[in-house]
Design a protein around this ligand. Structure first.
Ligand SMILES: NC(=O)c1ccc[n+]([C@@H]2O[C@H](COP(=O)([O-])OP(=O)(O)OC[C@H]3O[C@@H](n4cnc5c(N)ncnc54)[C@H](O)[C@@H]3O)[C@@H](O)[C@H]2O)c1
Length: 232
């Protein structure tokens, strides 16, 4: 799908990977809206999502997400079930909520000469495949996002809507801001090549490619400098 002039919604677009995606797609000539909790909106609230889709949509990029690190049984005893549920709500139900409403809106589009009516790009994580100790909730939520990609692409094939998921590795965003600079540096040195953290702009460039390359569909793409996470 060509990007210039297209209507885009980016969730989580106020920060990190989402903000870089907003900048990349705007630079490519798209009309981009942002839906972010930092702006008082929530992917779990239908009215916020519907407002973000008002006037139609061609491209949706789901970046809204939360990360946690907590052992299932820690020093204080078993993790609260609500902590697990909160991560699943935002990362799984939130992503799916935007997809279901966006896909319905995209079905109203006429479609281009190739029959394409829309593109949906989701954000999983390499934790979906190599989840570390303390990541049971986060890894399960991202595996769910990766897992819904193919059935959604298959369902929407007849209406010309593609669904692709990106699984980033260690990216230098606010999500890692809690870590001291030295720890960030050490993390970067664990990446085979390039030997550093990923940049949000590199994620944004992959989103752009996914949108522009109509043969990409139903797949989860790792963007990680060949890192495979160890147990901790
Ligand atoms: N940074 C990394 O290393 C990394 C790695 C793998 C995957 N990811 C995933 O990439 C996505 C973006 O992460 P980031 O690193 O840019 O983090 P970030 O914290 O900079 O951005 C996440 C944004 O999502 C928004 N958000 C959170 N809950 C929301 C909700 N319920 N409704 C609307 N907006 C909400 C936040 O306000 C924030 O602006 C997340 O899904 C994250 O899990 C990040």
């Amino acid at each position: 799908m060509q990007i210039a002039g297209k209507r885009v919604l980016v969730t989580g677009g106020a920060s990190g990977l989402g903000a870089a995606t907003v900048a990349e797609l705007r630079a490519a000539g798209a009309e981009v809206r942002v839906l972010d909790r930092a702006l008082g909106q929530d992917v779990l609230r239908d009215e916020d999502v519907t407002a973000g889709l008002a006037g139609g949509v061609d491209i949706v990029v789901n970046c809204a997400g939360v990360a946690t690190a907590q052992r299932t049984v820690g020093r204080e005893g078993p993790m609260a079930l609500e902590d697990f549920a909160r991560v699943m709500r935002v990362n799984v139900l939130g992503t799916f909520n935007v997809i279901r409403l966006a896909a319905a809106a995209m079905m109203e589009n006429l479609g281009d000469e190739g029959g394409e009516r829309g593109v949906i790009v989701n954000t999983a994580s390499i934790a979906a495949f190599d989840g570390q100790i303390g990541q049971a909730a986060y890894a399960a939520s991202k595996a769910a996002v990766a897992g819904m990609t193919l059935p959604l692409a298959r369902e929407f094939a007849r209406v010309g809507i593609r669904v692709v998921t990106i699984a980033p590795g260690l990216m230098d965003t606010a999500m890692l801001d809690g870590l001291p600079a030295t720890v960030k540096g050490e993390l970067g040195r664990t990446v085979p090549f390039p030997n550093r953290l990923g940049e949000a702009a590199e994620f944004a460039r992959l989103v752009r490619h996914v949108v522009e390359n109509s043969y990409l569909n139903g797949e989860t793409i790792r963007l990680d400098g060949a890192i495979r996470l160890g147990p901790k």
